[in-house]
Design a protein around this ligand. Sequence first.
Ligand code: EPU
Length: 418
Amino acid sequence: MDKIVIEGGVPLKGTVRVSGAKNAALPVLAATLLARGIHRLHNIPSLRDVETMKKIMSRLGVGFEQEMDTLVVDSTQVVDHEAPYDLVKTMRASILLLGPLLASYGKARISLPGGCAIGARPINLHLKALAEMGVDMHLDRGYINAQAKFLKGAEIFFDIPTVTGTENIMMAAVLARGTTVLRNAAKEPEIQDLAEYLRKMGALIQGAGTDTIVIEGVPELKAVDHAVIPDRIEAGTFMIAAAMTRGDVRIEKCRPEHMTALLEKVESAGAKLDVGQEFIRVLGPETIQSVDIKTLPYPGFPTDLQAQFMAFMCIAEGWSMIRETIFENRFIHVSELRRMGADIEINSNQALVRGKEALLAAPVMATDLRASASLILAGLVAKGGRTEVHRIYHLDRGYEALEKKFRDLGANIWREKE
Ligand code: EPU
């Protein structure tokens, strides 16, 4: 197992390029099952979650070949319909295969994802919607066995706007008979990206990016090329790091229009921003002002940046209130940040962060993907020696070459074997 070692105190300087979005790449990969043929995908990040998705899909019969920056996906011969427990347990997003398998092959057997470090994360809304589309499902030894002679369009109301739920049902509906209307749908940019890919394939989708999506089923889709959008969470992590270390960083190949909630908060914290069509330059403030945040579905402040923003607020002047409204247990990084001297009080889903002049280097443990990023950010500003972040495999699930990118910006950060 690897750990990341950081000697903090260096203001980040230079230019960094953002990779393709993990949470856009995963549904797009799953969607290749909807049209037999050769799909050429660009900007797919090299991440453990992407590898896991490829592994599961390889077992189904899908072929993958990397040609320079292009991932060539051959979905001509799908021979199996099962996502097994040993892989699903390492990546919940495997559930994204359910909709496309049912739409294309009328059957799927997917291991039910278990609990998760950040919350219970049920998939009841995915299953309820599929049942409304005529899918017959039963649980068998931890697997969902699902089948349908054909999927029928339906009026679906999501009690909660669920990101992968909206994606799953959108993928099921594109080949269904009739019209599907998704109400209270999630509006994340990754959903818009998936819809764009599906439209190129020949799907009839309207309203993706709003809370009502209308899908007219078509008999068949065709394989096409697609480039996934840049990762707004990675870009946001660099923005926070630049501001926190009082650096000067130009973040390139990003989509600032996907990041308005964060831009506003980082600016309120005192950073100076220069925002272009595809770049953001961040000049860190002399004094970091405390700012409150509340995580919300898009376009609100993303839960996937809450932990990183909390690390930022640990060295702000004054008190900051951080409210987490998406996941019930997404404060596990708090006890690790406390080991670095942070003053944080938790009351249910609210964390009161009292800013300190400095954080202190310490060995800490990563507990989930975004918590790992938060601890690395804390390490970049910590005083008094080396911060070691253990259990770094969480980080490799969702950040491409993060420590190399930080090193290129001047940080003293490297990876070591435990
Ligand atoms: N929910 C239900 N029932 C469902 C589905 C969701 O109660 O059937 C609840 C969840 O428990 C949660 C809320 O609805 O409280 C929203 O969850 P959502 O379904 O939107 O989350 P997700 O689709 O499982 C995606 C991202 C997460 C990101 C969330 C929220 C992917 C592959 N994952 O998860 O990304 O935090 O949306 O934006 O797109 C990450 O990248 O680190 C990550 C966790």
